[in-house]
Design a protein around this ligand. Structure first.
Ligand SMILES: *Cc1c(COP(=O)(O)O)cnc(C)c1O
Length: 381
C-alpha cells in the first residue's frame, strides 16, 4: 500500500467541467466568477462581505493591514497554528504575543489572553485548531471591552458551526479568514478569503488586494473616464476566475465533505477508546467541528519515543504529520527573543501530538488499515 497522506483534496468531474468552462470563456481572471464565488461564501457563512484572494496567508496579511496594524502594536495569538498566522503580524512590523492554549481543545485560552493584554495590544487572532471553533463569544467580548480587532483564523474550520452559526458569520469577529489549500475543507489549489460584516474594512480589503487602487469614491475625475487612483500601498493578491470556478463547485460539496470527516472521526474515536498508548483528545469529539485534523496525543510515558513511533507509522504506510510545534520555537522567532517555556501547555501538546489521516476521500478499507497499523506500531515498540 502506498503512503496514506494525513490530508488530501477531493476533486471530481463536475469540478473539472467548471474549470474548463471558465478556461473557454473571456475571463480567466478579474471576471465575474470571482464575485459569484464571493457571493456563495457569503450565502454559506452568513457574512455580509467576502473577498477572495490568492491564499490564506494573503487573507491574513491584508486583514492585519485593514485592522491598521503597524510598528509598536501587539497582537495576541495562539502558538499552536501554522506559521502564517503569526507571520502576518510580522509583515505589518507589529509584534505577535503568544497566549497559551487550553489543554483539552488546544485553542487559545481566553484566561491567558487577558494576562497578555498591554497598552500596545491592538488585535487578537484566535485560530480554530483542527476545525474546532474557539470560544469566540468570550474572546470577542474581551476584545470589545478594550476596542481590539478580532481576526479569526478559520483556515481549518470552513464548514464548522456552533449554536446554528456557521464559521465565517463574523458574529464574534471583525474579520474571519479561510484557506483553500488542497488539505483544507474545500480547495481552489491555492486560495483564501476574508469575510466581514463591516463595510469600512471591506472597502480597505478591496484596495489592499489589488495595488491599493480604487475607481470609486472621492477621486478626481477631472483627468477623464480612464482615471483610477492609488490610495494606499496594496498588493496583487487576486484569485483567478479559474480558481473561483473550482471553489464554487467545491462549496456545493462542503457539507458532505464535513459529514464524511465527522463520520471518520467517529470511527477513530470508537476504535481508539480507552487504549493504553494515547488519548483521543477532546478536540476530536467536539460537536460542530469541521474535523480538519485528527490528532492523537501520546501518553506521557511515550513522549520520549515520539520520533520512533512517528517513523514506524510512516514505514507502515501512514502519512502522519505533526501539527504544530509552537510557532515561537522556530529559529526565526527565537532570534526575535522568544524562549522555551513561554506556553507550557502548547509545548506539552507538541511533545505528544501526531496527526493521522483524515479527509473525505479516505476509504473504509484505508480507515481500517490506519487503525490496525497504529495499534501494531505500539505493540511492536
Ligand atoms: C493553511 C493555513 C494558513 C495559510 O493558508 P495558505 O492558503 O496555505 O496560505 C493559515 N493559518 C492556518 C491555521 C492554516 O492552517
Amino acid at each position: 500500500m502506498k503512503l496514506i497522506p494525513y490530508g488530501h483534496q477531493l476533486v471530481d468531474n463536475n469540478d473539472i467541467k467548471a474549470v474548463v468552462k471558465v478556461l473557454k470563456s473571456n475571463w480567466i481572471t478579474q471576471g465575474p466568477t470571482i464575485k459569484d464565488f464571493e457571493n456563495t461564501l457569503c450565502k454559506y457563512s452568513g457574512a455580509k462581505y467576502a473577498l477572495a484572494v490568492s491564499s490564506g496567508t494573503a487573507a491574513l496579511h491584508i486583514a492585519c493591514l485593514a485592522a491598521g496594524l503597524q510598528s509598536g502594536n501587539e497582537v495576541i495569538t495562539s502558538p499552536i497554528t501554522f506559521l502564517a498566522t503569526a507571520n502576518s503580524v510580522l509583515y505589518c512590523n507589529a509584534k505577535p504575543v503568544f497566549a497559551d492554549v487550553q489543554e483539552d481543545t488546544v485553542n487559545i485560552d481566553p484566561v491567558e489572553i487577558r494576562k497578555k493584554i498591554t497598552k500596545k495590544t491592538k488585535a487578537i487572532i484566535p485560530v480554530d485548531f483542527a476545525g474546532n471553533l474557539c470560544d469566540l463569544e468570550n474572546i470577542y467580548s474581551i476584545a470589545k471591552e478594550h476596542d481590539f480587532i478580532v481576526i479569526e483564523d478559520a483556515a481549518h474550520a470552513l464548514g464548522a458551526e456552533n449554536k446554528g452559526l456557521k464559521t465565517g458569520s463574523c458574529k464574534y469577529s471583525d474579520m474571519t479568514i479561510f484557506s483553500f489549500h488542497p488539505v483544507k475543507s474545500v480547495t481552489t489549489g491555492e486560495g483564501g478569503a476574508v469575510l466581514t460584516n463591516r463595510k469600512d474594512l471591506y472597502n480597505k480589503l478591496i484596495m489592499l488586494r489589488s495595488h491599493g487602487i480604487t475607481k470609486e469614491g472621492f477621486m478626481n475625475k477631472a483627468d477623464g473616464e480612464w482615471y483610477y487612483e492609488m490610495q494606499l500601498l496594496g498588493y496583487n493578491y487576486r484569485m483567478t476566475d479559474i480558481q473561483a470556478a473550482l471553489g464554487i463547485s467545491q462549496l456545493k460539496k462542503l457539507d458532505s465533505f464535513v459529514l464524511r470527516r465527522r463520520e471518520i472521526a467517529g470511527i477513530y474515536n470508537k476504535a481508539f477508546r480507552d487504549n493504553p498508548y494515547f488519548d483521543i483528545t477532546s478536540e476530536n469529539k467536539i460537536k460542530g467541528s469541521a474535523h480538519h485534523l485528527y490528532v492523537i496525543r501520546l501518553k506521557k510515558e511515550y513522549w520520549k519515543r515520539k520520533n520512533e513511533i512517528f517513523l514506524k507509522m510512516r514505514k507502515s504506510g501512514l502519512g502522519v504529520q505533526v501539527h504544530y510545534a509552537p510557532v515561537y520555537l522556530q529559529p526565526y522567532y527565537k532570534k526575535l527573543g522568544f524562549k522555551r517555556g513561554l506556553c507550557p501547555l502548547a509545548e506539552d501538546f507538541y511533545r505528544s501530538a501526531i496527526s493521522i489521516p483524515l479527509y473525505p476521500a479516505l476509504k473504509d478499507v484505508e480507515i481500517k488499515y490506519v487503525i490496525k497499523n497504529i495499534f501494531k506500531v505500539f505493540k511492536e515498540i
